[in-house]
Design a protein around this ligand. Structure first.
Ligand code: FAD
Ligand code: NAP
Length: 337
């Protein structure tokens, strides 16, 4: 393997900030993955595998090897009267894969339509939207374990999925995901609970939605509400929604009756981080070429050429002001390097 040297990261991640990587390569098959690991160990340089870079912020130049996942392929392994099992290459585009399944009438991931990124990154933070999480459709993951230098198959339980997290996020870079096996349903139960979906279906007079109408509704909602990374650099929600014990939530509710929160168990509430940030006056605010998106405060955007450090510093100011007003420490969802 001979990596390219001193490559700009601008076109390789959705913040499009101006850092560079010392070394760069592409991973088109399983041997490329093994070769990249061997190269990284032999040259004592850290290895960072990326998909389409839509959940990454580089705060400095990367002094190692960035390897872009491009292992492709969608293969049907099994089909019964009720479900289908597919094996999908980590480099496949996530939304293309969702559209392919919706077209075939296989349900489970339609609420995750239009999430940017690759199939291989989808388990990393257990992507979720509109009441669905990818963990509900994952059967196994085929990955290279860089600690033991061996290929492993991890079942759903072993992936330790949680709210926007997983084994892969917790063990930072130990596993390189090559393929994901999905189980999809031929008679799916559709999830239409989120207000925005209900509104679109209601406006269109749709009482019995199909997979396609749900997917189209989500594409419509997302296109109207979220910034297109090709126009404004961003990485989606910059922060996670914090969870609080019910007692702490009740105290806040007394002080801030309009707070937006949802129960997630008998003892905990999930607080809408976007509401906290907006309540601190950040929505639409801008400093230089970095800002808080005017339609959704949870998204930090870049309006021109920026350094990742400027974005990081802006996010730090948001964290400080939310901490000062609500006593809640926001955690970044975006992966910082
Ligand atoms: P990258 O950003 O390239 O990588 C993310 C992390 O995964 C990095 O740590 C990287 O090292 C690691 N990684 C990537 N591929 C592999 C692999 N094959 N093996 C091992 N590690 C790997 N997320 C949601 O959950 N829900 C949303 O609704 C949502 N909406 C978004 C909207 C916008 C406009 C944007 C820009 C982002 C949004 N995101 C959302 C975040 C993002 O789309 C997801 O996290 C997505 O899964 C990232 O995919 P990627 O290929 O771009 O990963
Ligand atoms: P929204 O509908 O304005 O809702 C704000 C928050 O409230 C969301 O974060 C959501 O939590 C929560 N919520 C709303 N309705 C809920 C319900 N019925 N039950 C439980 N929780 C509820 O959110 P939005 O910003 O427009 O995003 C819509 C969806 O897309 C959300 O699911 C969001 O996570 C997802 N999204 C994620 C990213 C990302 O980068 N991670 C970026 C854009 C959009 P959840 O976030 O837990 O769903």
């Amino acid at each position: 393997m001979t990596p390219e040297i001193n490559i700009s990261l601008k076109s390789l991640h959705s913040f499009a900030s101006k850092e560079i990587t010392q070394f760069f390569t592409k991973l088109k098959n399983k041997q490329d993955i093994v070769d990249a690991c061997t190269w990284s160990k032999n040259n004592q340089k850290p290895l960072l595998v990326i998909g389409s870079g839509s959940n990454i912020l580089f705060t400095k130049n990367f002094e190692g090897l960035v390897a872009k996942m491009e292992l492709m392929g969608i293969r049907k392994l099994e089909e019964t009267a009720s479900e289908v099992i597919l094996e999908v290459g980590a480099g496949e585009n996530w939304h293309h894969f969702v559209s392919y399944c919706v077209q075939k009438g296989w349900g489970g991931i339609e609420n995750l339509s239009l999430i940017p990124g690759t199939v291989g990154a989808s388990p990393i933070q257990n992507i979720g939207a509109y009441g669905a999480e990818v963990q509900d459709c994952i059967k196994t993951i085929h990955a290279f374990d860089t600690t033991n230098n061996e290929w492993v198959n991890l079942n759903n339980k072993e992936c330790a999925f949680g709210y926007r997290t997983s084994l892969f996020k917790q063990t930072k870079h130990r596993y390189i995901i090559a393929q994901v096996q999905f189980v999809l349903q031929k008679q799916p139960i559709l999830k239409t609970d989120y207000g925005a979906i209900r509104e679109v279906l209601h406006d269109k007079g749709i009482k019995n939605p199909s997979l396609e109408t749900i997917s189209n509704a989500i594409v419509q909602i997302r296109s109207q509400k979220l910034p297109d990374p090709k126009v404004l650099g961003n990485a989606g929600s910059f922060f996670k929604n914090p969870t609080l014990p019910i007692e702490k939530y009740n105290e806040l509710k007394d002080l801030f009756p309009n707070i937006i929160a949802y129960p997630i168990s008998d003892t905990e509430y999930k607080i809408a981080a976007g509401w906290l940030i907006e309540a601190c006056g950040w929505k639409g605010a801008r400093k230089g070429n970095v800002g808080c998106f005017e339609k959704q405060a949870l998204v930090i955007v870049s309006y021109g050429i920026v350094s990742g450090k400027e974005v990081f510093d802006f996010s730090e100011e948001i964290i400080q002001s939310v901490q000062a007003k609500f006593g809640i420490t926001l955690e970044r969802e975006v992966n910082i390097f």
